[in-house]
Design a protein around this ligand. Sequence first.
Ligand code: HEC
Length: 138
Amino acid sequence: MIRARFLTLAVLVTACDKAPSAEGLGIWTPADHGQSTNPMQAPISSANAHGSLSAGELASITWQQQCVTCHGADGRGHTPTGSALKAPDFASAAWQKAATEPAMAQAIREGKGKMPKFDLPAPVVSALVTHVRALGKP
Ligand code: HEC
């Protein structure tokens, strides 16, 4: 992560005709250090500040942080909130058969019934849909 950042700076500096200056580089704070934040606890934007996580990794963090409370790690919706809101059982063959990828993606992006919407990048939404599909495979 750090290396990628220095590479970017090197490119910027080389691309500039004027002498390199520290202006605009900002002051280093512990928050700038990729290793100091736990990606499982940090918000997506800061976990990915250096563009180092793939869509799949972001989806898996998002699933743990935002979806499991209702859908459960196994996707069956057997959590207190999931039961109260009647979250569907993603492990059910009947549910999987009726569900379509576009409808799942739409539910994630725009919300559906009691499910809130999630403003996530398209590749992350798509990886979440793949994850929900995989939960239906025995
Ligand atoms: C507050 C509880 C809650 C949270 C948090 C939540 N969901 Fe849901 N989700 C629901 C409920 C309830 C439904 C059923 C909606 C309906 O059919 O009315 C649902 C439905 C869905 C569906 C099925 C949509 C369809 O095709 O019918 C998908 C896929 C889904 N959720 C994925 C996610 C993902 C991914 C996340 C995390 C980014 C998430 N959910 C977070 C409660 C939640």
